[in-house]
Write a protein that binds this ligand. Structure first.
Ligand code: NAD
Length: 503
């Protein structure tokens, strides 16, 4: 992979940079506070490495204070009348909606997010809050049938207590709101440890909105930290008995540590992890539609969404025409400054991400792959890259490459395609493109994936849908189904007669 200093269609005149650097405090027990040590850490703009914000650099004792506050607040929050909770969620939705432009600017500056994805994230999050306003009135259990004639029996759903949330940086706003809303709606209180790459957009902004909406002190707490201290903060979550659930969204590698440690502490964990997402393009597909669907699935947010397509399996008769059209679409995508609303492909998050893309593409070429388009990097901006002739057993064919890189591979038939999809250890999102919808549904039914889509992209989400993974992609579900993850069932009986006892 080559590195260049300029590219032909990098957007010409980006808006003037905002040089104001804001220093934030974190949110613990209803107060905006500094880290106990007074230390701060910078959050930087991925496009030019300028400082976007300064945030508290917390240690475990800050996390402990946040957990204590959440523990104190939980019983009253769980007992608050549903109508009052509904009012708070609806007020938060309105406040968030009114901040769309400011938060979209922050997403661009802190995470390199383009306008379209930023607006999608904010709209999704507003929608989630409005759904949650209704969830608080859902039945909290079931009436069961006891075999004892005079016994009434119930299954009652109870909150867990304190839920500790870990957010990633990549879909910062959606994932921060997803981390807090369902646990809160289920009657838990929350401590969020946002990604060190997005402490503002994947954490502090949530606290800003919920604080202004009037959520009681301690119900939501956000503790930011320096990159090296994530594991130190997490120690408090494993060790403190008040934390009953670790709610993690991030990479499978980090999840192994957190799921392992929470398992050893006998605490519940919810895992929303990465994927290796496939698209099957059948020979009856419309070539132009298939190429556009794949380009969106692969390159939106510069390939840094867990649901991005990583490999396309194309029926051999359509392969060459599909590849030619995909290359045309990829080359037409504007790349550059995410603050320019026309930009589709902005910068990767950091130099490690750039190095991963460069290494994976270089390895593929050394193994015989061909770069059909792309393969150049300017600063942190990687041009949409399409690879062909890639061996099935190298990293880029099996592991998530978090950048705008997609493989196109011919297949003889649906059977070969399905077996290649199911050979992956991941199972997050899958699409099939075909004119034969019934056949598409049949294929989708045989694929191991938490989400399967017929003629819709792999990047696909609505706030109330049960998105989530299988296999190494995790086991949490979003939408209303998340309420099951953040509650436990208590069995209750009431004797209305006199039970005959065996003594
Ligand atoms: P990451 O695993 O590096 O970090 C996620 C979170 O874990 C961050 O808050 C980080 O600070 C924390 N963390 C990292 N190491 C830790 C440790 N040793 N102890 C405690 N906490 C630690 O992931 P990322 O780079 O922020 O996010 C991108 C990944 O997330 C990709 O793999 C992507 O596919 C996945 N993802 C999945 C979903 C989903 O819904 N399934 C959504 C978005 C992102």
């Amino acid at each position: 992979m080559t590195t260049t200093t300029s590219g032909p269609s990098v957007s010409a005149q980006p808006p003037a940079p905002d040089t104001t650097v804001r220093t934030y405090r974190q949110f613990i027990d209803g107060e905006w506070v500094e880290a106990r040590s007074g230390a701060t850490v910078e959050s930087r703009n991925p496009l030019d490495d300028s400082v976007f914000a300064r945030v508290p650099a917390s240690s475990r004792e800050d996390a402990a204070a946040a957990v204590q506050a959440a523990e104190r607040a939980q019983p009253a929050w769980a007992a608050l009348a549903p109508s009052e909770k509904r009012h708070l969620f609806l007020r938060a939705a309105d406040l968030l909606e009114a901040r769309t432009d400011r938060f979209a600017d922050a997403l661009a500056a802190e995470t390199g997010t383009g306008r379209a994805f930023a607006q999608f994230q904010l709209g999704w999050s507003v929608s989630l809050l409005r759904h949650a306003a209704g969830w608080v009135f859902r039945p909290s259990g079931e009436l069961l049938r006891s075999d004892n004639p005079h016994t009434m029996a119930f299954a009652e759903r109870k909150p867990l207590g304190v839920v500790a949330g870990f957010t990633p940086w990549n879909g910062a706003t959606v994932l921060a709101w997803r981390t807090v809303v369902a646990p809160l709606a289920a009657g838990n209180t929350v401590v969020v440890k946002p990604s060190e790459e997005a402490p503002v957009t994947a954490g502090l902004m949530v606290a800003e909105v919920l604080a202004e909406a009037g959520f009681p002190a301690g119900t939501i707490n956000v503790v930011t930290h320096a990159p090296a201290d994530a594991a130190d903060l997490a120690e408090e979550f494993y060790a403190n008995p008040a934390v009953r659930c670790l709610n993690f969204t991030g990479s499978a590698g980090t999840a192994r540590t957190i799921a392992g440690r929470s398992g050893a502490a006998l605490k519940r964990s919810v895992m929303e992890l990465g994927g290796y997402n496939h698209v099957i393009v059948r020979d009856d597909a419309d070539v132009d539609h298939a190429a556009r669907l794949v380009a969106f699935s692969a390159f939106f947010h510069q390939g840094q969404i867990c649901m991005n397509a990583r490999r396309v399996l194309v029926h051999r008769p359509l392969h060459d025409a599909f590849l030619a059209r995909l290359v045309q679409v990829a080359e037409s995508l504007p790349v550059g400054d995410p603050r320019d609303p026309s930009t589709i492909v902005g910068p990767l998050i950091n130099d490690r991400a750039v190095a991963q893309v460069r290494t994976r593409v270089t390895e593929a070429v050394a193994a015989g792959a061909r770069i059909a388009t792309g393969g150049t990097i300017s600063g942190r901006i990687c041009r949409p890259t399409v690879l062909t002739d890639v061996p099935d057993d190298i990293s880029v064919s099996c592991e998530e490459t978090f950048g705008p890189v997609v493989i196109v591979r011919p297949v003889d038939d649906d059977e070969e395609a399905i077996s290649l999809v199911n050979a992956s250890r991941y199972g997050l999102s899958f699409s099939v493109v075909t004119a034969d919808t019934a056949r598409g549904m049949e294929i989708a039914s045989r694929v191991d994936s938490g989400a399967v889509h017929v003629n819709t992209p792999t990047v696909n989400d609505e706030a109330h849908m049960p998105n989530g993974g299988v296999k190494d992609s995790g086991w949490g579900r979003s939408g209303v189904d998340a309420l099951d993850d953040f509650t436990e069932i208590r069995w209750m009986t009431v004797e209305l007669g006199t039970r005959a006892l065996p003594l």
